[in-house]
Design a protein around this ligand. Structure first.
Ligand code: NAD
Length: 252
């Protein structure tokens, strides 16, 4: 089940953490993976690891917010792999920059980064792949989101949440528009992931973990397995959905 042989998957922001886990799992299921990241060395490291493990991958470094850079890079990777992208995972979503603070402390200039990345980043890659998917009569789009799109939190992520909830709205409409062509579009809304441990003091991680029913942070390859399902033939009957993958945390 959930075999992806013969499929080409583009995973954005796949040079580390969650995106890396997804790229590894999709490759294990048989997809050839276009490993995107803003940083060439991150993308190459993951593509090399996939190749070493016996999978197929090419690295495609570009900034997803820049359509003029993204389109030629995706076309070049498609030419190298000999087929258009059938599976798009819009994962790049954590912008670099000073946006992670309460709204009252942000200047209007600081609003843009997470909104550009989460909305325009995903719109750009979707624009690049959607026509080929519809013409082929098969495609899968997976948007990585967060519970913060629907739940207010006092942790300085209001602009990130504005981007995530905006793109969630788009994906639901896209699903309604392209379902007739055999293309699905779903949202996987993640809870806190294991890589938080590298950016937060252990006591803070412990406090956060205590709020998660399964008592641990998310694992990139476990998320990758959910993406493999959403990318497979078997999920063709499911589209326009938002699925919480968060260890049981209740979102509202
Ligand atoms: N980590 C968490 O706890 C968590 C929780 C909920 C949702 N998420 C979501 O999961 C996804 C992955 O998060 P992560 O924690 O793995 O992030 P991360 O920051 O560890 O990795 C993301 C990668 O994206 C790349 N990137 C950033 N901007 C880019 C751009 N403009 N173009 C291309 N690549 C770019 C970075 O270089 C980085 O390698 C994001 O959409 C995030 O919002 C993460």
């Amino acid at each position: 089940m959930f075999k992806l042989e013969g499929r080409i998957a583009l995973v954005t922001g796949a040079g580390q953490s969650v995106g890396e886990g997804m790229a590894r799992v999709l490759a294990r299921q048989g997809a050839a993976v276009i490993v995107n990241d803003l940083y060439g060395e991150r993308a190459s490291r993951v593509a090399d690891a996939v190749l070493k493990a016996g999978g197929k991958a090419v690295s495609a470094p570009f900034d997803v917010t820049d359509l003029s850079a993204a389109e030629p890079a995706v076309r070049a990777a498609e030419a190298e792999l000999g087929h258009h992208v059938d599976i798009l995972v819009n994962n790049a979503g954590i912008a670099e920059g000073d946006w992670n603070r309460p709204f009252r402390e942000l200047t209007p200039e600081q609003w843009r980064l997470p909104i550009d990345l989460n909305i325009y980043g995903s719109l750009n890659t979707t624009k690049i792949v959607i026509d080929n998917m519809c013409e082929a009569g098969w495609g899968r789009i997976v948007q990585i989101s967060s519970g913060s799109a629907r739940t207010g939190q006092n942790i300085g992520v209001s602009m990130y949440a504005a981007g995530k909830s905006g793109i969630e709205g788009f994906v639901r409409h896209l699903a309604a528009e392209v379902g007739q062509f055999g293309v699905t579009a779903n949202i996987l809304a993640l809870g806190l992931q294991a890589n938080l441990g590298s950016t937060m003091p252990p006591e803070q991680v412990k406090a956060l973990v205590s709020t998660i029913p399964i008592g641990r942070l998310g694992d990139p390859e476990e998320v990758g397995a959910a993406v493999a399902y959403l990318a497979a033939d078997e999920s063709g009957g499911m589209t326009g959905q938002t699925i919480d993958f968060n260890g049981g945390t209740q979102t509202r």
